[in-house]
Design a protein around this ligand. Structure first.
Ligand SMILES: Nc1ncnc2c1ncn2[C@@H]1O[C@H](COP(=O)(O)OP(=O)(O)O)[C@@H](O)[C@H]1O
Ligand SMILES: [Mg+2]
Length: 370
């Protein structure tokens, strides 16, 4: 098995560090505190939550609800009902127990996947009042659970695009002060998450403890990588690991992806293989990158490329930067910058502008495409 996992969570042995964060999350749960967990995309929030859930198994029923695909409150309630049903193991055979009552009370229909036997809940569309009542019923159902309950809503910032009004205050009202239940709200868009939780005029303000997930420390990641290669009878040396971590900015997903590739080649320490692997990865994604070019205006494209060439930029509006990269004017750069940040092609991270996608950034830096 390749020890470098590139999707989901495969167990603590494939998981690098995060000990402090795990213990913070556990401690928050044990003291009935709700948590907002946020970071850049692909830094490791979802897998951290799954890891946490594994360690809390004995003391809690942990329910994971990814609402990335939800376009409305109705979708969210449906995803939530599904997660609860799947968690408590409602099968065709188990018509006893409380889940069927819950399903009945929210007027949902259940179908079963013919292969896995997994239930799928469909809730009838209804007005806001109905969505709210359904949500309350699910929460009340969980409140009666014997064990304590921990619910993680992943990609929680999705609620900001729901068309219904007052979703935030509805959720806050329904979720707050539940005897038996605590929440983790995960989100990747920093702007949106801070808007939800840091704005004193909004319902979720100061309702949670904040946990910001940073990069895994270079030394820890380095030791992890060397150990995994060694255990797989492969060989990588410290400067080579540094090459990976530096190029990938220690950004978890990109590091994992690189190592996964290298490991699959039965790596024995050749610098050529190391460098070729990076070239291959960038080359593979080329069509996606070219497509970005079609989606952006000329000035936007030039700006992204200029930022990538620099790696990171503190002052993209400075005349130095504008002159060096042949950009038009400070006002046009400003407009492009705003739009690229909004699209999350660029980010401002620790005071520096950079291209969000690490491989895209590396590709732009090397390519001669105009
Ligand atoms: N601590 C870790 N050790 C090893 N791999 C990790 C770790 N955290 C995350 N990953 C891997 O990194 C990738 C991105 O993680 P994910 O949890 O999906 O990030 P996020 O939810 O922040 O977008 C996944 O492939 C996951 O398996
Ligand atoms: Mg995630």
């Amino acid at each position: 098995m390749n020890p470098f996992i590139v999707s989901g969570f495969a167990g603590p042995e494939y998981f690098c560090n995060r000990k402090a964060e795990l213990s913070d999350l556990k401690e928050a749960f044990r003291n009935q505190r709700n948590v907002t967990l946020y970071s850049l995309r692909r830094m490791g929030k979802s897998s951290l939550v799954k890891n946490l859930f594994g360690t809390l198994k004995k003391e809690a029923d942990c329910i994971y609800v990814d609402i990335f695909s939800a376009m409305s409150l109705h979708d969210m309630v449906q995803l939530f009902a599904n997660a609860v049903t799947v968690h408590f193991g409602h099968t065709l055979k188990s018509i006893l127990g409380n889940i069927p009552n819950l399903i009945k009370s929210i007027n949902a229909s259940v179908s079963y996947d013919p292969i896995t036997g997994k239930p799928e809940i469909k809730i009838a569309l209804g007005n806001f009042e109905k969505q709210k009542n359904d949500l309350v019923k699910i929460i009340k159902f969980l409140e009666k659970n014997k064990k304590r309950v921990l619910i993680a809503f992943d990609e929680f910032q999705s609620i900001l695009r729901f068309p219904e009004k007052n979703v935030e205050s509805l959720l806050r009202t329904v979720f707050q002060d539940r005897k038996n239940i605590n929440f983790i709200y995960c989100g990747s868009s920093k702007g949106m998450m801070t808007a939800l939780f840091n704005d004193s005029s909004r319902p979720f303000y100061q309702s949670t403890q904040h946990l910001y997930l940073e990069e895994i420390k270079k030394d820890d990641y380095s030791a992890f990588i060397i150990d995994k290669f060694r255990k797989g009878n492969q060989k990588i040396d410290k400067p080579q690991v540094d090459f990976i971590l530096d190029n990938c900015r220690c950004h978890t997903y990109y590091v994992q992806f690189f190592c996964n590739r290298l490991f699959s080649k039965n790596f024995k320490g050749s610098d050529d293989v190391l460098h070729n692997t990076l070239e291959e990865i960038l080359h593979e994604n080329q069509s996606v990158y070219f497509n970005y070019r079609n989606l952006l205006t000329d000035t936007q494209w030039k700006l992204v490329r200029a930022v990538a060439k620099e790696g990171n930029v503190e002052k993209p509006l400075s005349s130095d930067f504008i002159g060096k990269h042949n950009l038009k004017s400070s006002s046009s750069v400003q407009r492009s910058l705003a739009s690229l940040l909004e699209k999350e092609i660029l980010i401002n991270y620790r005071g520096m502008y950079m291209v969000y996608d690490v491989y895209f950034s590396l590709w732009l830096k090397r390519s001669s495409v105009n």
